[in-house]
Write a protein that binds this ligand. Structure first.
Ligand code: NAP
Length: 248
């Protein structure tokens, strides 16, 4: 029996990396999957085709996750076309690293808006639908650096810590309506986001990982599957690290 049969998922930022792996994992477990992305239309088309080849319905929406009105328009359209929304994965994210003393306002604002405000936007739009359904699972893609902090990433770390507070608050506010909210805190995962790091920095990170390897997007998708499914029916307000032990 597939773990998400009959469910509809919405994943933000799914044309690449972790979001893409989650969209495919959910579809392979029986969910219909809507997703958003920023600009990569070809990647979006090919993801739709891959999901449809798994026998599931899919549609990609080009929308800036940081934009409140766009998020509401996407959610209204997904609800209309797919009939329900059971799972929301707030995954869209960017980095614009720099030391605090050199960080400018635009660097701060764009990361906070894309990583944190986006989750507010989509959660705000989806929770009325989920409340009417008397159930839903919201998954925020945080990061180990949201829990530990990281030099050169004060904007990113703050956004990822904010996602934890958001999920814990939604868990308390909406548990009585059957809505669960949790976070995943990935460590070092091989995607475009980490692909720009110099080889020596990557090797240094890997040395600190007890499991002695970087993570794969599929490692994170497996945790997302657990949190999306009824296997985690009594889990809410939690952060699950997916980091090979680097933050233990
Ligand atoms: P990625 O490979 O860079 O992919 C980012 C995805 O987000 C793309 O689909 C991109 O769309 C989309 N996106 C970016 N800005 C957007 C916006 N304003 N509106 C809508 N979509 C937007 O990133 P990743 O490594 O898979 O990371 C996914 C999430 O996991 C992020 O929140 C990241 O912070 C978090 N995370 C990653 C790691 C890691 O090691 N990789 C570790 C911890 C946490 P386009 O393709 O159209 O640009």
């Amino acid at each position: 029996m597939e773990m998400l049969t009959g469910k509809v998922a919405l994943v933000t930022g799914a044309t690449r990396g972790i979001g893409r792996a989650i969209a495919l994992k959910f579809a392979s477990e029986g969910a219909d999957v809507a997703f958003t992305y920023r600009s990569q239309h070809e990647a979006a088309d090919s993801l739709v085709k891959e999901i449809e080849a798994l026998g599931r319905k899919s549609r990609g929406f080009s929308a800036d996750a940081a934009d409140f009105d766009s998020a509401h328009e996407v959610v209204a359209q997904v609800h209309k076309e797919f009939g329900r929304i059971d799972i929301l994965v707030n995954n869209a994210g960017i980095t614009k690293d720099g030391l605090m003393m050199r960080m400018d306002e635009a660097q701060w604002d764009s990361v906070i808006d894309t990583n944190l405000k986006s989750a507010f936007n989509f959660t705000h739009a989806c929770t009325p639908v989920m409340a009417r359904q008397r159930g839903g699972s919201i998954i925020n893609m945080s990061s180990v650096v949201g829990l530990s902090g990281n030099a050169g990433q004060c904007n990113y770390s703050a956004s990822k810590a904010g996602l934890v507070g958001l999920a814990k608050s939604i868990a308390k506010e909406m548990g009585s309506r059957g809505i669960r909210a949790n976070c995943i805190a990935p460590g070092f995962i091989a995607t475009d986001m980490t692909g720009t790091l110099p080889e020596d920095v990557r090797k240094e990170w890997e040395k600190q990982i007890p499991l002695r390897r970087g993570g794969r997007p599929e490692d994170v998708a497996n945790v997302a599957l657990f949190l999306a499914s009824d296997m985690s029916a009594y889990v809410t307000g939690q952060v699950i690290n997916c980091c090979g032990g680097m933050n233990c």
